[in-house]
Ligand binder design. Structure first.
Ligand code: AMP
Length: 430
């Protein structure tokens, strides 16, 4: 036995799993087409500084970071948004707005591996850049809803809030941005008591702490009444009310589209760059988020671009895959349906290859017998592989420009002309 294994937190996707992942990706691409998003490919490796800028403590400390041979500090990307913001700040700075971009690929975080948490994982990531309007936020929610539906998931819920509610309150209390970030990190991990004592140390008043404590308690799917309850609590914080109104408008815009929304004002997200609406998607079967996103209006500027509002979402494809499996969602994965081709003796191999290549040129997939097996063994093998049809290239038939075509299910065979073979196999659905 070899001692080589995949590294902890890394995994191989076998053909069936790869098929499922690709099929989910296919749905993401279809969503992109329907909403007018264009694909970009950015490097897996970026400068550490770029990735660390606003990633948040949690992600920052878990990056695969190292010095390259030129002595530069680099890191494997832990998320896409920083790369997209860089692209917009530098290369696409004069592009007319809005810019709609998406990307699909692998990300790297030195997370503690567990169900649905890997050190290499996959996302489809959608970014809508250049609009600060609620219509843009609502589009990101709607396309995520369409994607979840398209992969066949049921009972998924959008947990939604607006980071401006908490940040405005903290800001008014004079809590420094750094302390705000740490408090939000703790709240993201549901460590509310620790967050409150940190805020107290950072100068927040008892009244503020009481408000935050109450806000954290309020959550529910009756959007209007929850929003009204929050508004009552935050009345004294003008900016927070403004943020709440923005959230209300976004939710109004998606109201008619059957999104299952839970408003949770105490919810925060690990990444520091959010400035507006934030959200995550959950299914009842898994207690980890399938997707997460929100508005980040200052990131492009931070990277040296024009002030550019933006909103986006990352869909966690590994977790969506898990959810699809847990729910037995009927997502079709394309199984290769190839015919097998067996040359009945070694001297007929060139002729066998010629026929196989001819079929492939006609678009018919063919798996050629390459193990040197005798016909009976080769037929058994084709059966085991589930080949529905086998082409047997034999001496006698070749003299009449024909081959034997065997139906593996019916266990019947017929002699057919080579020139008719491609059409016959196509008509049979190969
Ligand atoms: P985040 O950038 O942390 O908001 O993550 C966005 C989405 O990516 C999450 O909702 C997850 O679905 C997925 N994700 C994040 N970290 C991991 C991980 N370590 N393993 C698998 N999926 C992840």
């Amino acid at each position: 036995m070899s001692e080589f294994r995949t590294l902890r937190g890394m995994r191989d996707f076998l053909p069936d799993e790869t098929g499922l992942l690709r099929s989910i990706e296919g749905k993401a691409r279809e969503v992109a087409r329907l909403y007018g998003y264009r694909e970009v490919i950015t490097p897996v490796l970026e400068s550490y500084e770029l990735l660390a800028a606003k990633a948040g403590e949690e992600v920052r400390t878990r990056m695969y970071a190292f010095k390259d041979l030129g002595g530069r500090m680099v890191a494997l990307r832990p998320e896409f948004t920083a790369s997209i913001a860089r692209l917009v700040a530098v290369t696409l700075r004069n592009e007319p707005k809005p810019i709609r971009l998406y990307c699909i690929g692998s990300l790297y975080r030195y997370d503690e591996p567990q169900k649905g948490r890997f050190r290499e994982f996959w996302q489809s990531n959608f970014e809508l850049i250049g609009s600060d309007k609620a219509e843009a936020d609502s589009e990101i929610l709607l396309l995520t809803n369409r994607f979840m539906k398209a992969v066949g998931l049921k009972g998924y819920v959008f947990k939604v809030s607006h980071i401006g509610i908490l940040r405005s309150i903290f800001g008014r209390e004079g809590v420094a941005e750094d302390a705000q970030n740490r408090a939000l990190q703790l709240m993201d991990k549901k460590m509310y008591n620790e967050a409150l004592s940190l805020l107290r140390d950072a100068g927040a008043s008892e009244k503020c702490l009481k408000t935050v404590k109450e806000i954290v308690e309020i959550k529910g799917s009756n959007v209007n009444s929850i929003l009204a309850e929050i508004e009552k609590l935050i009345q004294d914080y003008e900016e927070a009310v403004y943020a709440l109104k923005n959230l209300a408008r976004i939710l109004k815009l998606v109201e008619a589209h059957a999104l299952n929304v839970t408003v949770d004002a105490g919810f925060a997200r690990g990444l520091e760059y959010y400035t507006g609406m934030i959200f995550e998607v959950y299914v009842p079967e898994l207690n980890i988020a399938l997707a997460g996103g929100g508005r980040y209006d200052r990131l492009v500027e931070l990277f040296g671009g024009e002030p550019t509002p933006a909103v986006g979402v990352a869909h966690g494809l590994d977790r969506i895959m898990l959810a699809v499996q847990e729910q037995n969602a009927p997502l079709e994965t394309r199984k290769a349906n190839a015919a097998a081709l067996i040359a009945t003796n070694e001297t007929l191999a060139p002729e066998g290859i010629r026929i196989a290549e001819m079929l492939r040129s006609e678009g018919v997939p063919v798996e050629m017998e390459v193990m040197g097996r005798r016909v009976t063994k080769a037929l058994e093998d084709a059966d085991r592989r589930g080949a529905p049809y086998v082409v047997l290239v034999g001496e006698k038939e070749l003299t009449e420009n024909s081959v034997v075509l065997r139906d593996m299910h019916k266990k019947q065979q017929q002699v057919v002309k080579i020139e008719d073979l491609a059409k016959i196999l196509k008509d049979l659905g190969i």
